[in-house]
Design a protein around this ligand. Structure first.
Ligand SMILES: Nc1ncnc2c1ncn2[C@@H]1O[C@H](COP(=O)(O)OP(=O)(O)OP(=O)(O)O)[C@@H](O)[C@H]1O
Length: 614
């Protein structure tokens, strides 16, 4: 075997010896592929490929008489290989019986199982039907010469080392009771893949709610940086807990304006306006609701500079001054909307592979500030982050009621959802939201707030978020793809106000696709475009609301196509309950908030995922 000279520095490898050809600088050799037969294996710059030898009908587009389908893969990229293992001397099998033309293909010689030295290349295959669902795939190659196998192993391992974005050390939190109570079982299944890929994992199985949050808040930044990623095995709520444990003590950014601040600044600024979307609002009401903020709150607000941009905290030990750890989520929860939106599948193996192979996207996050818990509470800002969704009214009621039925597992949402629907409660509230403007001051068709019937784009015209999404990868105003600093509030910012009785208020960071809502709340929401999607469901009759929910529950539905639904694409909003108490649902967790404001932080969360292949 002779090693061909290569452009890159592969020449440092020992000669493979035996049957390697020069082929345009590529390395190739004859091997026996388990269950297939004799193949010519080639290593090129970005992966391996092989071709059946011997029979004429193995050439071209067919192999063993079968088209080059998923069943007969003939190449794999290095970026899709997660491990290479040496198997020592042992049996390799002849082509699987029952394959069309197999006998013709390999004739007697190859139909006999043979013993030889072997190595296995571990990767994945996705099916044509469900491209987002990744299944483990392995290819075992054999050769009579030990040194040839070892040399190829070395070469392959060397190529894998060049895949620099892959994690080596991970901190893994497992929620054993997540979803149907199978968090530990899910981890047991996928941990084998991490072991095979030689990824070190420090595993913490949580013992109570808040355990992961406490670990994440107290862990020293030095230790945190020793991990390449933080992984949650659980549901959206568990991921939210870990995210907040990480962000709350570390991220210092200006808060979004409080409801009173928006109201007052709008009143005092001649250039801003508050077009009313709903009923009239009386200024006297506002004065009563928003007395002067105490000093502590003023301090928080003063983070904002005059022109509205923000000053980031300078701290050498601050994790935001350098690379942030990537987060990963292996689904074991009841809803798993974040995993479905970011990988396109609800599958622990697929998620594990996204992590091990070092896939990376950025997610927007919503910073939510509660200013008051109840109408009688004092003003005290309290921050939380949400990765997927914040909901009020119906959503808040479902989440608080369903806590009592946690023992039912995921079915609790159907049961409680029906109960709450039958109660048909509506809540009086006021919402103000920033109207998104394009740079030239005119609201662009993409960013303008819309209330039906203006949202008349058909489904096919909507640009869905997918892997390598051009919208998510477009640059923000400051030239960065990610923008972890908050939005600015220049004078020209317009805030709109709407007040009335609502069945629900929802703010989606992503589409929130899940098994109950296959298109999600907003089918064309993006993972990292720097927008929130505000959906206000005004009080309406029960049948009409049911119609809206039915549209949500079906693929291709138009849940926003109702006169009682207001939909706004925005970067920030405020909320004030006009009742006594009010409960929000943040990523599936209860959050009591009477006065609240929220803003989107573009691309705040680096995640091991590549986006859905829709
Ligand atoms: N060991 C534990 N025992 C009880 N509760 C826990 C434990 N570990 C974490 N929790 C809490 O359970 C809550 C719900 O967890 P998780 O999101 O995994 O499940 P889920 O609600 O079934 O799924 P989903 O959020 O997808 O609907 C989390 O907020 C977390 O604080």
């Amino acid at each position: 075997m002779e090693e061909a000279p290569d452009d890159d520095d592969d020449s440092s490898f020992p000669d493979s010896g035996g049957n390697v050809d020069r082929d345009g600088g590529l390395l190739s050799g004859c091997f026996f592929l388990d269950h297939v037969g004799e193949v010519l294996l080639s290593r090129n710059h970005d992966g391996l490929s092989w071709r059946c030898l011997d029979a004429s009908d193995c050439e071209g587009t067919t192999c063993l008489g079968i088209g080059n389908s998923q069943d007969c893969k003939t190449e794999i990229k290095f970026s899709d290989i997660y491990a290479v293992e040496f198997l020592n001397y042992g049996l390799l099998h002849s082509p699987k019986s029952g394959l069309r033309h197999a006998k013709d293909c390999f004739r007697e010689r190859l139909l006999i199982s043979q013993e030889m030295y072997r190595f296995t290349v571990h990767g994945f295959q996705s099916s044509a039907k469900e491209p987002c669902l990744w299944k483990l795939a392995e290819f075992t190659f054999g050769h009579m010469d030990l040194q040839t196998c070892q040399s190829w192993m070395d070469q392959l391992n060397y190529s894998l080392i060049k895949e620099v974005d892959r994690p080596r050390n991970l901190l893994v939190f497992v929620h054993p009771k997540s979803g149907k109570g199978n968090g530990s079982r899910v981890w047991e299944t996928v941990s084998k893949i991490f072991i095979r890929a030689k990824v070190n994992t420090k595993v913490i199985v949580t013992e109570r709610a808040g355990h992961a949050f406490d670990v994440m808040t107290s862990i020293q930044n030095k230790e945190l940086h020793s991990y390449d990623g933080i992984i949650a095995v659980g549901g959206d709520g568990f991921f939210n807990e870990i995210l907040n444990g990480y962000l709350l003590p570390r991220l210092k950014v200006p808060l979004p304006p409080s409801p009173s601040e928006v109201f007052n600044s709008v009143r005092s600024s001649g250039s801003s306006s508050v077009p009313e979307q709903g009923d009239a609002v009386h200024e006297a009401d506002q004065k009563e609701q928003y007395p002067l903020l105490p000093d502590s709150v003023q301090e928080v607000i003063n983070f904002r500079t005059v022109n509205g941009s923000c000053e980031e905290i300078e701290d050498p030990d601050h994790p935001f001054s350098g690379e942030r750890p990537r987060f990963g989520l292996i689904p074991a929860g009841s809803t798993d909307a974040i995993v479905i939106c970011t990988t396109g599948a609800r599958d622990p193996v697929t998620s594990a592979l996204h992590i091990i192979l070092g896939r990376k996207i950025f997610l927007d996050a919503m910073q939510v500030v509660r200013w008051k818990t109840a109408s009688t509470s004092t003003i005290e800002p309290f921050i939380r982050y949400a990765a997927s969704f914040a909901g009020y009214g119906f959503y808040g009621d479902v989440i608080s009621e369903s806590e009592k039925y946690r023992w039912m597992g995921p079915k609790r949402y159907d049961y409680v959802g029906t109960k709450i629907f039958l109660k048909h409660r509506s809540y009086e509230a006021e919402v103000m939201f920033e109207e998104a403007e394009s740079e030239n001051g005119k609201a662009s068709p993409q960013t303008r707030s819309k209330t039906w019937p203006f949202r008349n784009t058909t489904r096919s015209e909507k640009i869905l978020c997918r892997a390598k999404c051009s919208i998510c990868n477009s640059k923000a105003d400051d030239g960065n793809i990610t923008r972890t600093t908050p939005i600015s509030y220049p004078e020209k910012t317009r805030w709109c106000r709407t007040k009335g009785r609502f069945l629900s208020i929802g703010a989606a960071v992503m589409s929130n696709r899940n098994e109950r809502a296959p298109d999600g709340l907003v089918v064309d929401a993006h993972l990292s475009d720097g927008f929130l999607h505000l959906i206000l469901i005004k009080d309406c009759s029960r049948p009409k609301y049911l119609w809206h929910l039915t549209e949500l529950a079906k693929r291709g539905g138009e849940p926003l196509n109702f006169e009682f639904v207001e939909y706004h694409k925005t970067r920030a909003f405020t909320f004030t309950s006009l009742g006594e108490e009010s409960v929000w649902n943040l990523d599936g967790e209860i959050f009591k908030a009477h006065h609240l404001s929220a803003q989107v932080l573009r691309g705040l969360i680096p995640l091991f995922a590549s986006g859905p292949e829709i």
